[in-house]
Design a protein around this ligand. Sequence first.
Ligand code: PMP
Length: 305
Amino acid sequence: MPSYAYFQKKIVPLAEARINVMTHALHYGTAIFEGIRGNWNSRQEQIFIFRLREHYERLTDGCKLLKISLPHSVDELCRITIDVVEKCGFKEDIYIRPLAYKSSEALGVRLHDLEDDFTVFAIPWGRYLDMDSARCSVSSWRRPDDNVIPPQAKMAGIYINSALTKTEAMQNGYDEGIMLSPDGHVSEGRGENIFLVEDGRLITPAIYNNILMGITRDTVITLAKNELDLETVERSIVRSELYTADECFLTGTAAHITPVSEIDNRKIGDSGIGPATAKLQKLYFDVIKGNNARYLDWCTPVYKK
Ligand code: PMP
């Protein structure tokens, strides 16, 4: 089944959405992207796009930082995305990739005096971390400080940091790397936020620990509070707490909720999926597939019935 893209103000087959080699964003990483999931509900024969608006609000904030003038409002971006996904007609889980970028065919490192454009496409995509649980290591690469490259925005260029981390972890025999902040506190995974379970509470790094404020992170905090009466503490976490936590899991649009079984060759809990992680995972999968009536506001249906 062919994919489609919104490209230069039209919906075209993905194969026709091509840019010139001189495009500014290709050279300097001057782009903001998003990763959004569309979850297939076979009983309802529907794709539900999860927290579509929140992804475009984050993209819009990132564009402010990079001085990208978006040609569309958040409402228009949502509408365009629904149209692209509908045109693709997939009947499976999908991944949606919007990109707002410096589109000038011009060299010169800067943010000003350049043209901007927006594209979005959808592809079928099931699992990302292809495992039931992840073996992690603490990365030798640190997450950049906000005064180096703001980690709050999904800027294309900052993902070199994540790529260095992932490849180091994989080539050392682990599944995923956990980065520390410049001051040595736990920050996040290559493309996931991190949570610990300690003494019946969730603990996760705070905004000042150089993290991306994940939408899945927010989903987990909300579900834990509303549905499990489980409080989340957002604070700095020292490295050694990773090794002694009762449970640990990673969250992200692509990674969903992935339990961590081991960090730096130390087993976490009894190394299977912990009880709090298991409950959250079950709730989360029901919610993202549009099977929990309380959270349907987070789920945008694509196909007209
Ligand atoms: N941190 C980083 C560095 C990421 O790239 C992602 C993926 N967007 C996340 C955390 C998780 O964010 P979200 O839950 O919004 O996908």
